[in-house]
Design a protein around this ligand. Structure first.
Ligand code: PAF
Length: 286
């Protein structure tokens, strides 16, 4: 497993692989790897001949009052976790490798970021779109794997790839959960033991709401109000609980299937997000 820091070197490596006819897969991460990331790597391994994992805590997707400074960073530990997964290259650039002095390009989407997390994190998805564009062009990836826990991020990236003809196949991977249902996330590390015990309520609420919609309840206001009450009783401060179209992410006036139920809520200072896609045939996707 080779560690590469410069985008130019990564591009050379990938070009050489393509000359041999190999399919190149990318798993973009910000490090602090957990089982959820490893599942993405295994999925990439199945679909690609060469696998790149990027590890970069991207400053442009954090707002001024967000957790960029305290975001967990431990490259040695991350490299250890990737051992045995047959990763070919870890791309671990520094901030100056990605954003050298004089950098001034932006990548913005118009509508998708106006919903859900974009409402309280207005610059987040522009930062994600920018860094992902750079990761795609540096890696020349044929496919890239993203987890559905960050559902809005996946939709933003799918739209970006389509709008800019980037030619990267986006593979959506189902959310990986702890045994009690909590979606795996690097930010779970911030939870106190007491908060960690309460955290699975988020997903329990989403499932209960999904079941109700499936049984025919459509009144979004009632569903939202009741969901928020259960979350608040469990100690969450709710940022949003939304019933939206899974493609446009626009709020639906009446719940129907297919539906995305998405939530962001704080336990103490930790902001957790999760979502549930309610699909016509197979029941709530877990
Ligand atoms: O999901 C993440 O870890 C990040 O948002 C990503 C896609 C690696 C971009 O920095």
């Amino acid at each position: 497993m080779e560690v590469i820091r410069e985008p130019g070197r990564l591009r050379e490596r990938s070009d050489a692989w393509h000359r041999q006819g190999w399919v190149v897969g990318l798993v973009p991460t910000m490090g602090a790897l957990h089982e959820g990331h490893l599942a993405l790597v295994r999925a990439a391994r199945k679909e690609a001949d060469r696998v790149i994992v990027s590890i970069f805590v991207n400053p442009t997707q954090f707002g001024p009052s967000e957790d960029f400074a305290r975001y967990p960073r431990n490259l040695d530990r991350d490299l250890g976790m990737l051992q045995g997964l047959d990763v070919d290259v870890v791309f671990a650039p520094g901030v100056e490798d990605m954003y050298p002095p004089g950098f001034q390009t932006r990548v913005e989407l118009d509508r998708l970021p106006r919903h859900l997390c974009g409402l309280s994190r207005p610059h987040h998805f522009g930062g994600v779109a920018l860094v992902v564009t750079k990761l795609f062009t540096a890696s020349r990836a044929d496919l890239a794997v993203f987890g559905q826990k960050d559902y809005q991020q996946v939709r933003v990236i799918e739209q970006l790839v389509s709008d800019l003809d980037l030619g990267v196949r986006i593979v959506r991977h189902p959310t990986i959960r702890e045994e009690d249902g909590l979606a795996m996330s690097s930010r779970n590390l911030y939870l106190s033991p007491e908060e960690r015990m309460r955290a699975p309520t988020l997903y329990r609420v989403l499932r209960a709401l999904g079941d109700r919609v499936r049984r025919g309840e459509g009144d979004v206001e009632i569903l939202r109000e009741e969901g928020i009450r259960v979350l608040e009783d469990a100690g969450f401060q709710v940022d949003y609980l939304a019933f939206c179209d899974p493609w446009s992410l626009e709020d639906l006036p009446v719940a129907r299937v297919p539906l995305l139920i998405a939530a962001a809520a704080r336990l103490g200072s930790t902001r957790l997000i999760d979502n549930l896609e309610v699909t016509p045939d197979a029941g709530p996707v877990v």
